[in-house]
Design a protein around this ligand. Structure first.
Ligand code: HPA
Length: 273
């Protein structure tokens, strides 16, 4: 089956389950952030495991549900839990969920993720609103995966992260009392955290934060014309910046601390974006 046929099948299943609910905004929640979703009206929760052709998430801290609902009149879908390259999914398969969102009618995508920071002004608990990225995964979900139904093979990324949405996010962060700045996301494959030497190199390249997701999702979304806002929550300083070892438990516990603020931020963004 082609990926287009696979994605059409997933979308048809979801359209039937939701009676053709057409979400305008999608949110992907990252590590430990699944609890930040504001309460939605007319909520419909659909486990990834029930959606034909969908991947399953395998990482602790990442639950696997699509949640449809309405927030103050805005129609939303939340991917509660995401898929990572390091889980062993073929890179191409990371396009499935985003292309399904496109077929459902999504126009705007908010990607949230926990990250390590290389900027001393963005300490744990701060928000880095992404203005650009560096793809150091050395792979791409669009390779050998082109279908004109999802846009041109060659497409522009001079503004991968929507400028107006970034401005709205920075203003919302200020309102909620979160330290925030714009920055560049460097995507590493994981699953290991980086070495101190890698962090120093990424910093020299102009990266602000580092993580193990986001970029494959953004590439797929931009190709098919979905606008993107990247919200990277700092859970730790990049390896070697502070003299303590990194752990996934720390990522989860640090992101849990910002859950309340993230929820408030989303309440603003769901209305203003
Ligand atoms: N590196 C990569 N991914 C991450 C980090 C990190 O330091 N923290 C949270 N996700």
């Amino acid at each position: 089956m082609t990926q287009l046929a696979q994605v059409k099948k997933a979308a048809a299943f979801l359209n039937k389950k939701t009676k053709n609910f057409k979400p305008e905004i999608a949110l992907i929640t990252g590590s430990g952030l699944a609890g930040s979703i504001p309460p939605l009206e007319k909520e419909i929760k659909i486990p990834y495991s029930s959606i034909p052709g969908f991947l399953q998430s395998t990482v602790p801290g990442h639950s696997g549900n699509l949640i449809f609902g309405v927030y103050k009149g805005r129609k939303l879908v939340v991917m509660q839990g995401r898929f990572h390259y390091y889980e062993g999914h073929p890179m191409k398969d990371l396009a499935i969920s985003i292309r399904t969102l496109k077929l459902l009618g999504v126009e705007k995508l908010l990607v949230s993720a926990a990250v390590g920071s290389m900027d001393l002004k963005l300490k744990p608990g701060s928000l880095c609103v992404l203005k650009d990225h560096i793809n150091f995964m050395c792979n791409n979900p669009l390779i050998g995966n082109h279908d004109p139904a999802f846009g041109p093979m060659f497409f522009d990324l001079s503004e991968a992260y929507d400028k107006a949405m970034r401005k709205t996010a920075l203003a919302a962060a200020k309102k909620v009392g979160v330290t925030a700045g714009e920055g560049v996301y460097l995507a590493a494959t994981g699953p290991n955290f980086e070495t101190p030497a890698e962090i120093q190199m990424f910093k020299k390249w102009g990266a602000t934060v580092v993580g193990m997701s986001v970029v494959p999702e953004v590439l797929v979304a931009r190709q098919c014309g979905i606008s993107v806002l990247g919200l990277a929550w700092v859970s730790n300083m990049g390896c070697g910046i502070e003299k303590k070892p990194l752990s996934h438990a720390q990522t989860i516990s640090e992101t849990k601390k910002i859950e309340g603020k993230f929820k408030k931020l989303l309440e603003i963004l769901f209305v203003k974006l």
